[in-house]
Design a binder for this molecule. Structure first.
Ligand SMILES: Nc1nc2c(ncn2[C@@H]2O[C@H](COP(=O)(O)OP(=O)(O)OP(=O)(O)O)[C@@H](O)[C@H]2O)c(=O)[nH]1
Ligand SMILES: [Mg+2]
Length: 378
């Protein structure tokens, strides 16, 4: 059972979570097939999928490359990317294949490559008819930005149910999918905080949640951190995530630090700050992990403060939006200071900490692994 001092520490929460289904989903094979005429840019595009991988990371991206006359090689690939050369005009073979695949219920994204070399946008417009209703992207396999803005979102949309595997095996999708995970979890936590009613303040922690809130919000955060690690290509063992990300997000003080900036406003604003803190605390954890991924470094103290400020600004805005949208619950017509203190369990005295033999950092006494370096604690 986690003690008060552990509340909000996402790394200690792992012991209680069943993360196997997530790991299995992220590892389940996902095959992308690239089909197109000779020299259309298939190999270049497949190579571009590795963009954004970590230095020295070995990626095994399961792909199939097939010419138009070998299109049956797509087998049962999860997604077919039909690659067209935007500088050419006759796509009748491609149109026939597309119709076949659509009829068979296959997932297909059509990609006009070599847009950098295409002269005539009108001519391209005239070739769009066969793909009506399909996901169509235009860009250049030589230009990552064009892929990020066109192909990446359409493939993500086609493979919504396979996000973790897609990001894990094809690094070009990682940042976009990580952002989606962060936004989804932050919003889910904000909605949860809204649903649990008026703000209460946990005395010692000084955060506007009760114990049950803290446990649920922190679990969601822990799951998000784990999913992010999976999406960003970390090993599936959660201890490996603690080792890489433990120091990155700190040992659970995020709620408190976010809350400290806002908690005094609760009597004035009612429910909004609580929802904003739920959003911002989660968002800041996610962004700190992304910062680590992009730079290989833990975010600096100053960077973290900027991140909080940004997270909080977003949190307030989103909180206002969802509070306005939500059906109005019958909230008590009293302001907080006049409410009786909720009957919370008494805080136990801070317990002795166990010191990590490897890094010397202190951990809660009942922790089994060091939150900073994942060393097993005795
Ligand atoms: N201008 C431009 N050239 C590209 C683009 N994508 C690929 N190319 C070039 O097109 C040529 C063929 O690219 P590949 O990736 O080998 O094409 P492929 O479809 O794999 O070719 P095959 O496997 O031989 O059928 C290479 O010279 C690439 O550099 C693009 O977006 N713009
Ligand atoms: Mg090739």
């Amino acid at each position: 059972m986690a003690g008060w001092t552990d509340l909000g520490n996402i790394w200690n929460t792992f012991k209680e979570l069943d993360i196997r289904p997530l790991a299995e989903e992220a590892e389940r094979p996902l095959v992308l097939a690239f089909v197109g005429a000779a020299s259309v840019g298939k190999s270049t595009l497949i190579a571009a999928l590795r963009h954004d991988k970590r230095a020295r990371e070995k990626i095994i991206a399961p792909t199939i490359e097939a010419d138009l006359d070998a299109a049956t090689r797509v087998g049962d690939a999860d997604l077919i990317v039909l690659v067209l050369d935007a500088t050419r005009g006759d796509f009748s073979t491609e149109a026939r294949l597309f119709a076949e695949w659509s009829g068979a219920g296959r997932r297909v994204v059509v990609f006009y490559n070599k847009m950098d070399a295409a002269q005539d946008a009108n001519a391209i417009g005239a070739t769009l008819t066969p793909w009506s209703g399909a996901r169509v992207a235009l860009g250049s396999a030589l230009d990552h930005d064009s892929l990020t803005s066109s192909l990446v979102p359409r493939v993500m949309d086609a493979l919504k149910d396979r996000r973790l595997a897609l990001a894990r095996h094809f690094p070009i999708f990682r940042l976009a999918i990580a952002r989606e995970l962060i936004n989804d979890t932050s919003s889910a936590n904000a909605s949860y905080a809204l649903g649990t009613g008026f703000a209460e303040i946990v005395p010692a922690l000084n955060v506007p949640f009760n114990v049950a809130d803290m446990i649920v919000l922190t679990k969601n955060q822990a799951l998000m951190a784990y999913k992010l690690g999976l999406a960003l290509g970390l090993p599936t063992r959660w201890q490996a995530h603690v080792a890489e990300l433990g120091g990155v997000v700190g040992a659970g003080f995020l709620w408190r630090q976010i809350a400290r900036q806002i908690v005094g406003l609760i009597p004035v604003w009612g429910i909004v700050p609580k929802v904003a803190v739920a959003y911002a605390g989660t968002y800041a954890v996610g962004e700190a992990i992304l910062y680590w991924y992009q730079t290989g470094h833990k975010i600096s103290g100053r960077g973290m403060r900027e991140l909080y400020a940004d997270a909080l600004a977003r949190g307030k805005q989103i909180a206002q939006e969802i509070v306005t949208r939500a059906p109005k619950p019958a909230l008590p017509q009293v302001t907080l200071p006049s409410l009786p203190r909720p009957a919370l369990p008494r805080l136990p005295k801070p317990r002795a900490k166990s010191v990590c033999a490897r890094c010397g950092k202190k951990n809660p006494r009942d922790a089994k692994f060091c939150a900073y370096c994942a060393m097993e604690l005795r």
